[in-house]
Design a protein. Structure first.
Ligand code: C5P
Length: 228
């Protein structure tokens, strides 16, 4: 059994505006609608839990998509709190070692082929797997005045994307440990790495973008309209 956990409790402050970025529309639908549809259209996915802000007025109230259950819960202060809340809200019949795919609500353009590759990789070994893209630009380290101090070799550097796939018991243990240590993790793999484990990087499509700025929104609008 494979379930998606979708943290969507963020306020999207970096984007600006009143509407959290996961509810901005592109190609006729909120970004979170595209993300959930892409996940649940995959034949191996069984359902999704979405972590929402308390009293979220924007949530469209979906309870099923593609005939599969969509469950909601209230998220937390940090992304990891929201993911843990979603994990706790899984239905009772989801096994302790079920595979969970954690996916950003504001990443609407994930493709089925990437989900298939990710699921196969995560099933093949115990530390989990994440979609990622190799760094293409030259990287610079700077001082506080934006003066270049060094060029960072980009070989072996990747951008972490989502979904990130882990067995339920491992993900729970990793996020609880980070929470207990007061460490803010910016993705799920980081919590698993803190346990001394080594999730696998699965090269995914570069156009699986997370919307953070108005320029990102324009780009995903174009990509989604082209795919429709
Ligand atoms: O802010 P960022 O782009 O890293 O957020 C990634 C995802 O995590 C978004 O879908 C956001 O709604 C979610 N999130 C959350 N709970 C928080 C903070 C972020 O569910 N407290």
């Amino acid at each position: 059994m494979i379930w998606a956990l979708v943290p969507a409790a963020g306020s999207g402050r970096r984007f600006g505006g009143d509407v959290p970025k996961q509810y901005l529309h592109a190609a006729g639908k909120p970004l979170i609608g595209h993300a959930l549809e892409a996940l649940l259209a995959h034949p191996q996915m069984d359902g999704a839990v979405v972590a929402l802000a308390a009293d979220d007025p924007h949530w469209p109230g979906w309870t099923t998509l593609h005939g599969k259950p969509v469950v909601t819960c209230v998220g937390g202060l940090e992304r990891a709190d929201s993911v843990l809340a979603a994990l706790y809200a899984l239905p009772e019949n989801v096994a302790h070692d079920a595979l969970l795919l954690v996916h950003d609500a504001a990443r609407p353009n994930v493709r089925g082929c990437d989900l298939s590759t990710l699921i196969a990789a995560a099933n093949a070994q115990r530390d989990g797997a994440i979609l990622a893209a190799p760094v293409r630009d030259t990287l610079k380290a700077s001082d506080a005045d934006h003066r270049i101090e060094a060029t960072v070799p980009r070989a072996g550097l990747w951008r972490a994307l989502t979904p990130q796939a882990f067995r339920r018991d491992l993900l729970q243990r990793a996020l609880q440990a980070a929470q207990a240590a007061g460490v803010t993790v910016t993705d799920e793999a980081m919590a698993v790495e803190r346990l001394g484990l080594h999730p696998v990087l699965v090269e995914g499509r570069e156009d699986n973008l997370k919307v953070t700025t108005p320029a990102d929104l324009a780009l995903v609008e174009f990509l989604l309209a082209r795919a429709a």
